[in-house]
Ligand binder design. Structure first.
Ligand code: SF4
Length: 255
C-alpha cells in the first residue's frame, strides 16, 4: 500500500449526490482555480488553515495530512453499503487532479478492492494526469462552470484546456456526468445554457447533467477564514430553476 499522503479536509459518509448509490466522498484540500462563487473556500489553499469557531465556539483546523491507507481504512468500512447500492468512492476537492500522486494511489487501492470510483473535477490539469487516471476512474463528475467567453473572468483560467481534456476522455470511452453550477445573473445566460446543451450533445459518454443551483454557503466560511470581499449572488428562484431545466432538458424539464 502506498504511503503517499495529502491534506484531506473532509470525509463524507453515506453521500448520495456525488455519483451513483451510497458513497464515501473524500475531499482533498487545495485547488488551482478561484471560482467566483466557490462554496468551499476552505478547500482552495494547499496549506492547513484555521477557521474561527461558529458563534464564538472553538476554532477549527481545516486539513489533516492522511495517507492513502488511512483514507482506505475509512472507505472500506462501508463496502457493504456500496455493494448493496451500486455506490463507491468519490474523490472531490479542492481539485483531485492537483493531488495527482495521492489520487492515483487512492483510486488504484479502491479498484484493487473492487470499489467503484468517481472523480469530481474541474478538468483543469495536464493531459498526462488525466490519461494516467483514465483506467482507474469509473465515472467522471466533470464541472461545466461557464462558457468559454466568460470562463476566465469567472473561474480564473481559460476554458479551452478543460474542454480539450473533456473531449480526450470522451474519445476514450469515459463515462461522464456534467456538473453545472448555475448562478443567477452570472453564468445562466441563454448562451451559457446553450453551451451546456451543445456540450452534452457533442460529448459521447455523457450519462447525465446535474444542475447545481448556487448557494451562498461559502460566505460564512470565507469570513471565518479571515477573508473579505466574498462574492455573493441572489438565491436561485423557482423561476430560475424552471428556466434552467427547460433550456437544458427540454419543455417537460425531464432529466
Ligand atoms: S474548482 Fe471547486 S474548489 Fe476550486 S475554486 Fe472552483 S469551486 Fe472552489
Amino acid at each position: 500500500m502506498s504511503e503517499t499522503s495529502t491534506l484531506v479536509f473532509d470525509i463524507e459518509k453515506f453521500a448520495v449526490h456525488d455519483g451513483p448509490g451510497i458513497r464515501t466522498v473524500v475531499f482533498l484540500k487545495g485547488c488551482p482555480l478561484r471560482c467566483l462563487w466557490c462554496h468551499n473556500p476552505e478547500s482552495q489553499s494547499f496549506e492547513q488553515e484555521t477557521m474561527a469557531g461558529v458563534n464564538g465556539g472553538p476554532p477549527e483546523t481545516v486539513g489533516k495530512a492522511m495517507t492513502v491507507e488511512e483514507v482506505m481504512a475509512s472507505v472500506r468500512k462501508d463496502k457493504p453499503f456500496y455493494d448493496s447500492s451500486d455506490g463507491g468512492l468519490t474523490i472531490s476537492g479542492g481539485e483531485p487532479l492537483a493531488h495527482f500522486d495521492f489520487t492515483l494511489a487512492l483510486l488504484a487501492a479502491a479498484k484493487a478492492e473492487g470499489i467503484h470510483t468517481a472523480v469530481e473535477t474541474s478538468g483543469f490539469a495536464p493531459r498526462e494526469r488525466i490519461e494516467a487516471l483514465l483506467p482507474l476512474v469509473d465515472l467522471w463528475l466533470w464541472d461545466v462552470k461557464a462558457p468559454p467567453a466568460i470562463h476566465k473572468k469567472l473561474i480564473g483560467v481559460e476554458a479551452a484546456p478543460i474542454l480539450d481534456n473533456l473531449a480526450f476522455i470522451a474519445a476514450r470511452g469515459a463515462a461522464i456526468v456534467l456538473r453545472c453550477p448555475l448562478v443567477p445573473g452570472v453564468n445562466d445566460s441563454d448562451d451559457a445554457l446553450a453551451h451546456i446543451v451543445n456540450l452534452a450533445k457533442n460529448t459521447p459518454g455523457v450519462r447525465k447533467i446535474d444542475i447545481e443551483p448556487y448557494h451562498p454557503m461559502g460566505e460564512g466560511k470565507s469570513r471565518r477564514l479571515g477573508r473579505t470581499g466574498y462574492f455573493t449572488a441572489p438565491f436561485a428562484t423557482d423561476a430560475d430553476k424552471a428556466r434552467w431545466r427547460e433550456a437544458i432538458f427540454g419543455p417537460d424539464g425531464c432529466e
